[in-house]
Write a protein that binds this ligand. Structure first.
Ligand SMILES: Nc1ncnc2c1ncn2[C@@H]1O[C@H](COP(=O)(O)OP(=O)(O)OP(=O)(O)O)[C@@H](O)[C@H]1O
Length: 446
């Protein structure tokens, strides 16, 4: 029967066709399979979600690549960089030709390849960049989450680390300063940067700032001590006192000294739930101080929320105590009304140090005057005399330091007038509502 079929030209022809067809069908996938095998075997891939700080570094790096200058499909990220930073990020927009300049930073538009697949070269290796976007729903708000996936063909782990290092160097300002992170839904985003503040410009009661710095340094040097004794490796500070006396400034100055970033969390947000808060606290990047401002005014009772916030007090306590909460976490709480705080929030273990920053003393006013007018052409004796005269007119404990600063700013370059025409009457008292100096301070670099 087989022999008969074999001799049948229709059957043998059909059979050969079937064999050739199947072989062709199999081989059709072969190049793709070989390619994906080679990719897996000889390439290295990393994925960077947009909540990781390296995401922004890579955006800057991508924007500086020759590919980004040729590409026609681009994504925009507006950012601010210090004016005197010499980092060569992709300057597509020159502030001197119509851009906005404010304080110590300037705006830059980063144009990096848009979502999709892009090919470029790094150190003679082919890099396949895949940028993807996923829609997210947060309450009534819609947002998206992005992921960058970088595949370096023929690359090694070392090469990826080198690429990330290059990206970080390119993105981070070379002058010392503090990156400020704010929340974007359930993740952190670097939104501004401030140059390191000269320490003499923050005038507190004697030893206050030095104590905080010393305490922080000791904490950072004691990880093993905490671990060995089974104590959670965290430290909390409560800064309290009337508005405008340097609570936020102290945190920024300490972070600048210790090369830390500051993550600012406002609880006055209806969309912020207990779960989101916990996710945020758990997701704090390393070497970042958590600053929660005006922590007094938001809670009604332990388990209910108010119009101001979607967070409950027990939600906040759980987030701060969470077992997965980052080890080595530094927390700063600020309030104008410490008496309103629930005892549970400020119990030892959550708040280890309470520091009062009260209204200006004469000694502080004198030191701030000296700082403002140093190098102004006055002799040391005259400067001291004027500073003394100025300080004598400051009602001890009645005026906040922000008002003293405001007065000196109004008489910038005029030390005699500043010492003789002292009047804080028309200086609006710093408020602790949303338009508080703090908000302005944190935004000043933008
Ligand atoms: N002790 C101080 N020494 C020097 N400047 C100060 C001092 N306190 C406040 N200032 C100045 O006042 C402004 C407001 O300060 P800051 O926001 O730190 O006050 P705050 O206590 O956090 O206020 P709030 O309670 O309203 O948040 C800043 O510009 C800062 O430079």
């Amino acid at each position: 029967m087989l022999e008969m079929l074999n001799q049948n030209p229709f059957f043998s022809g059909g059979l050969s066709l079937m064999v050739v067809g199947s072989a062709a069908a199999l081989l059709r996938h072969l190049p793709a399979q070989i390619w994906s095998f080679l990719q897996r075997r000889f390439s290295i891939t990393i994925e960077i979600p947009d909540r990781d700080p390296a995401f922004r570094w890579l955006q800057v790096w991508l924007a500086s690549q020759p590919y980004a200058h040729r590409a026609r499909d681009l994504s925009l990220a507006t950012t601010w960089v210090p004016v005197d930073a010499d980092s060569e990020t992709a300057v597509v927009f020159d502030p001197d030709e119509g851009g906005s300049k404010s304080g110590a930073s300037r705006v830059k538009f980063l144009l990096s390849p848009a979502p999709g697949t892009h090919w470029m070269v790094y150190q003679n290796r082919l890099v396949v960049l895949n940028r993807s976007r996923r829609d997210l729903q947060n309450g009534n708000a819609r947002t998206f989450q992005e992921t960058l996936s970088l595949q370096v063909l023929g690359g090694s782990r070392g090469l990826i680390e080198q690429l990330l290092g290059d990206a970080q160097q390119l993105a981070c300002p070379r002058v010392p300063g503090v990156s400020i992170l704010t929340t974007r839904y359930e993740s952190w985003e670097t939104t501004s940067w401030q140059p390191r503040r000269p320490l003499r410009s923050l005038v507190l009661a004697d030893g206050v700032f030095e104590d905080v710095l010393e305490d922080l340094r000791e904490f950072y040097g004691s990880r093993t001590w905490y671990t060995e004794r089974g104590v959670p490796y965290r430290r909390g500070y409560l800064l309290h006192g009337p508005p405008g006396n340097g609570k936020t400034t102290l945190v920024l100055a300490a972070a600048g000294e210790l090369n830390l970033s500051v993550a600012v969390l406002s609880l006055s947000n209806r969309l912020l739930s207990d779960d989101a808060l916990r996710t945020l606290v758990d997701a704090l990047p390393p070497a970042t101080v958590l600053l929660i401002e005006d922590v007094d005014c938001v809670f009604k009772t332990e388990r209910t929320t108010t119009d101001q916030t979607g967070v409950t007090l027990s939600g906040l306590l759980n987030a701060l105590d969470g077992v997965s909460s980052r080890e080595g976490r530094i927390l700063f709480l600020t309030t104008n009304h410490p008496e309103r705080l629930d005892a549970a929030l400020v119990r030892p273990g959550r708040v280890d140090k309470k520091i009062e920053l009260a209204n200006a003393t004469r000694s502080q006013a004198k030191r701030l005057y000296g700082w403002f007018y140093q190098g102004c052409g006055l002799t040391d004796d005259r400067l001291d005399e004027l500073a003394e005269r100025f300080a004598a007119q400051v009602a001890e404990g009645k005026v906040c330091m922000a008002a003293v600063q405001e007065h000196l700013l109004r008489h910038r370059g005029a030390p005699e007038a500043a010492a003789h025409e002292v009047d804080f009457g028309d200086v609006a008292p710093a408020s602790s509502a949303n338009g508080k100096p703090t908000a302005a301070l944190l935004e000043s670099s933008a």
